[in-house]
Structures are given as structure tokens and as C-alpha cells.
Ligand binder design. Structure first.
Ligand code: AHM
Ligand code: MG
Length: 334
């Protein structure tokens, strides 16, 4: 195909906007800036082995985890881009304890807030394994023209206006939804554009892959232990109908399962009753994409997107992927 026949991300989102006569282009602009920052971060991720960007930055984030240099770079880059868009009045980021509010007149007038994990899967950075960015967009609750407030961020996932992720993998992809299905764009590095490569992604109702950190097995709830056994040996036959895949990068594990069919589980454990992943900038956006692709996302009992957040960095058990597989593990948990 000639490059001229490709549908770029910008063209795609503008065409979508034209379908909504009252849309003012604000969300389009915001997504455009996210795409821009993604390209800048991608460039840095690709160069990670070549420049002195590897390793710890010497800071510890709010979760008590060491931040890698690339995390810091990605955080700064996305914050700059969102501010420059003029459509975003505030950000909640995994890397920052408190919300970031923008004080200039343009940004204060922005209608949206963004929750973001700028670089997820950070333990994979220095070994050349896929990492990702996850974002979630809401309309603000506070008045336009004023500073964003905490209540703008503590909204249930069902109120998301858009969500998506970028996977920095063997190629770089941006996948997003605005509630009208899920579309995936692959970065064509020759022209520096995200191009539509995976239109209207639908995830299979059932799959063969289960993804869970089995190192935590002794601490899993009984239902999860039983589900793993079920995956390993269905009805007592040892024909191994399922296969286990776990990268340790939520975006990469989820993305693979989305396309091929599978389930991703990060359950509560005896040590961490609320699991590990964060509701606002990891689980809600992934849940929105899962549902829009025909899949499912719960905390084992309840739809993730119906959980009312209590705090910015709240953690929650996460079960997501092909619908029938999530149904089955939920049956085991009952
Ligand atoms: P991070 O935000 O510090 O990178 O942690 C989130 C990551 C997810 O990408 C991944 O699914 C999970 O943590 C892996 O955790 P574990 O190493 O406990 O299996
Ligand atoms: Mg993360």
C-alpha cells in the first residue's frame, strides 16, 4: 500500500469528530497531543540501550518503588504535551503523589482531566522487553475556568470519555476507544505517523492464554488456585488446553490477550488484599478497552468501571480479557 493510502491517527480522529455535529474538537486535540508525546517517548525508549538513560533516577515514587529514568522522562513528556493541548486542566499520574493542576488561563478552561501511567512495566525497561503508557480521559466535574480539583479525578470508570494505551514493542502501537469500539494504530517510523492497522478490534469470547504471576501462587485466593489448576488440567485430562504467558507488563500482556483471546489476572493476595494494580490509571482504562472490544473486566466480583474511587492511587484486584474466561474464574471465586 502506498503511504498516501494510509489512514493516520489524526485523520481518523478528525473524521470521527465530524460524525458528531456538536463536537468542538477538544477531545480530538487532546488525543492528538497524546499521540505526539507517544512518538517522543517512543524515540527515547528505542534509544534506551544507547544513551545513559537506563537505571534508577534516584527518586522513589508514591508507591515506594524506585523510578527508572525513562519513567521520569515519560512522565515529564506527557505532562508537557497535555498542558500544551490547552484542553486538559489537570493530571493524575502514577509517578506523582498529588494531582497536577495547570494554572494558566488556557488550561484552566480545559474541559478534561487525564489519569496516566506514563511508563508501565518499568521492571522491563533495562532488558529490552515491551513497556507501555496507559491513559484515561474524563470530563471535569468542577467549573471550567477554575483549577481542577480532586473530585474531577475520583470518577468511576464508566464515566470515562476515552481511554487507551501505547505499547512500545517490536513495533509501537496506540490503541484507544472513545466508546465506539476499539481501534489500533501502528507507528510507521518512515513517516512518523500512527497509521490505522487494527480497525474495530474485537476480542475472542474465549481464548487459550492465561496470564498471571504464578510466583505468588501460595498467596492467591482459593478460587484463583482452582482456576489455574483448571487451566492446567481440564476435567482431569492432562492435555493442557491452555497456555501460560506472562511478560510482567500489563499493556503487553493485555494487548496480546486482546488480539488472541485470553485472560489477565492480578488478584488480591494474602499479602496485598487489594492486589497491585491501580484503579485510576491502570485498571479503568484497560477495562474500558476490554469492554469496548467485547471482553470483560472485574475485580473478581464487580465490574471494574462501576467501582467508586476513594483515592488517587487506590489498588484493586484485576481480572480482564475474554468474557467466558473471566466468567469461569468468577465462578471459581464464588
Ligand atoms: P509498574 O507500574 O510499577 O510498572 O507496575 C505495574 C506492572 C504491570 O505492568 C504488570 O502487569 C505488573 O506490574 C507486574 O507485577 P509483578 O511483577 O508483581 O508480576
Ligand atoms: Mg504501572
Amino acid at each position: 500500500m502506498s503511504s498516501y493510502n494510509l489512514i493516520t491517527l489524526n485523520e481518523f480522529i478528525s473524521t470521527r469528530q465530524a460524525n458528531f455535529p456538536y463536537a468542538k474538537g477538544e477531545l480530538t486535540r487532546l488525543l492528538h497531543y497524546i499521540g505526539l508525546a507517544a512518538k517522543i517517548v517512543n524515540k527515547k525508549v528505542n534509544k534506551a540501550g544507547l544513551v545513559d538513560i537506563l537505571g534508577e533516577a534516584g527518586n522513589t515514587n508514591v508507591q515506594g518503588e524506585d523510578q527508572k529514568k525513562l519513567d521520569v522522562f515519560a512522565d515529564i513528556e506527557f505532562i508537557k504535551a497535555l498542558k500544551a493541548s490547552g484542553e486538559c486542566c489537570g493530571i493524575a499520574s502514577e509517578e506523582n503523589d498529588e494531582i497536577i493542576t495547570f494554572d494558566d488561563e488556557l488550561a484552566r478552561d480545559g474541559n478534561y482531566i487525564v489519569c496516566i501511567d506514563p511508563l508501565d512495566g518499568s521492571s522491563n525497561i533495562d532488558v529490552n522487553v515491551s513497556i507501555g503508557t496507559i491513559f484515561s480521559i474524563y470530563r471535569r466535574k468542577s467549573k471550567r475556568g477554575e483549577k481542577a480539583q480532586l473530585m474531577d479525578f475520583l470518577q468511576p470508570g464508566k464515566d470515562q470519555v476515552a481511554a487507551g494505551y501505547i505499547i512500545y514493542g517490536s513495533s509501537t502501537m496506540l490503541v484507544y476507544t472513545t466508546g465506539n469500539g476499539v481501534n489500533g494504530f501502528t507507528l510507521d517510523t518512515a513517516i512518523g505517523e500512527f497509521c490505522l492497522s487494527h480497525p474495530d478490534i474485537k476480542t475472542p469470547d474465549k481464548g487459550k492464554i492465561y496470564s498471571i504471576n504464578e510466583g505468588n501462587y501460595p498467596h492467591f485466593p482459593d478460587g484463583v488456585k482452582k482456576y489455574i489448576k483448571y487451566c492446567q488440567e481440564i476435567n482431569g485430562e492432562s492435555n493442557r488446553p491452555y497456555t501460560s504467558r506472562y511478560i510482567g507488563s500489563l499493556v503487553a500482556d493485555f494487548h496480546r490477550n486482546l488480539l488472541k483471546g485470553g485472560i489477565y489476572i492480578y488478584p488480591e493476595t494474602a499479602k496485598d488484599k487489594r492486589g497491585k494494580l491501580r484503579l485510576l490509571y491502570e485498571c479503568n482504562p484497560i477495562a474500558y478497552i476490554a469492554e469496548q472490544a467485547g471482553g470483560k473486566a472485574t475485580d473478581g466480583y464487580k465490574r471494574i468501571m462501576e467501582v467508586d474511587p476513594e483515592s488517587l492511587h487506590q489498588r484493586i484486584p484485576f481480572y480482564t480479557g475474554s468474557k467466558e474466561m473471566v466468567d469461569t474464574v468468577e465462578d471459581f471465586l464464588k
